[in-house]
Design a protein around this ligand. Sequence first.
Ligand SMILES: NC(=O)c1ccc[n+]([C@@H]2O[C@H](COP(=O)([O-])OP(=O)(O)OC[C@H]3O[C@@H](n4cnc5c(N)ncnc54)[C@H](OP(=O)(O)O)[C@@H]3O)[C@@H](O)[C@H]2O)c1
Length: 291
Amino acid sequence: MAQLNQDLLNKVFVVTGANSGLGYQAALNFASRGAAVALVCRDETRGRNALQAIKQASSNDAVKLYLADFSSLASVSKVAQELRAGYTKIDVLCNNAGGANASMVETEEGFETTFVANHLAGFLLTMKLLPAILKAGETNKARIVFTSSLGHKNSAIDFDDLNLKRGYSTLKAYGRSKLMNLLTAREIQRRYGDKNIVASSFHPGAVRTAIWSKGGILSRVLGIVMYPFLVDVKKGADTFIWLASSNDEECVNANGNYFYDRRQPSIAPFATDEAAKQLWQVSEELVRPYC
Ligand SMILES: NC(=O)c1ccc[n+]([C@@H]2O[C@H](COP(=O)([O-])OP(=O)(O)OC[C@H]3O[C@@H](n4cnc5c(N)ncnc54)[C@H](OP(=O)(O)O)[C@@H]3O)[C@@H](O)[C@H]2O)c1
């Protein structure tokens, strides 16, 4: 039976997209180190399988499953309430769930799917969990980590066309949503840094996960071509786990910054503070009916 390393005992971690890939790897690591971990997953069967596997591998019973479809803000709002009922404080929120979509699909709530699932859902979840994150910040530095991507350099945000009604492409929608992750981390830091919250975002590298098979034919072909160069998920999750749980100075004071391979690489020239502020304001407006 695995021995529990206790260094995250009494800490609460919430990990979205925890049934697969980077999210699963990170959640398993946190649970193995004694944390209470909430797995936020879309599909009940995949979620239950991950829950069982993580509990078994970590010998940690304080792992729970929560279900939400991030293409629906109503669903995100509901899971946030469940999480608030389950935990009085949240030490670390990992906004990791995400993916690419082959074609432009508008959700029932009227958003382009990538925009809502990769950005607005995590934004709303963060807003709704903020009281519990601030509570953790009373005793320790609480953290919010976003899984962004090098793809954030693909495209600036056109604030007049957030739902990409003009000129949709998978890469544009995906890249722009990853830029939103980077900018949201930075803006959280500006707004809540003095409340003992530290935010960060990161690029995991090109990682061998299921994501390549989910974004339609283009993504599948790219995945096949890239396959020999894709890194193992353990390596891909290294910076994620480091930012979320290490006491290294760079993590404790990540300061809203974007990381890759535990370092701060260059970012897109359009990833400006002004864009971060504007994105925050418009996101607040869009999620308000679900708050
Ligand atoms: N792999 C890479 O090379 C790479 C590179 C840069 C950034 N990233 C980012 O890394 C993050 C994790 O991806 P991964 O590579 O680990 O791929 P993955 O194995 O496909 O994991 C993605 C996770 O997000 C969940 N998810 C996707 N859409 C969702 C929705 N609408 N509602 C709820 N959950 C949803 C997935 O659930 P299901 O299992 O139900 O689909 C899965 O749990 C993503 O944000 C991705 O953009 C990955």
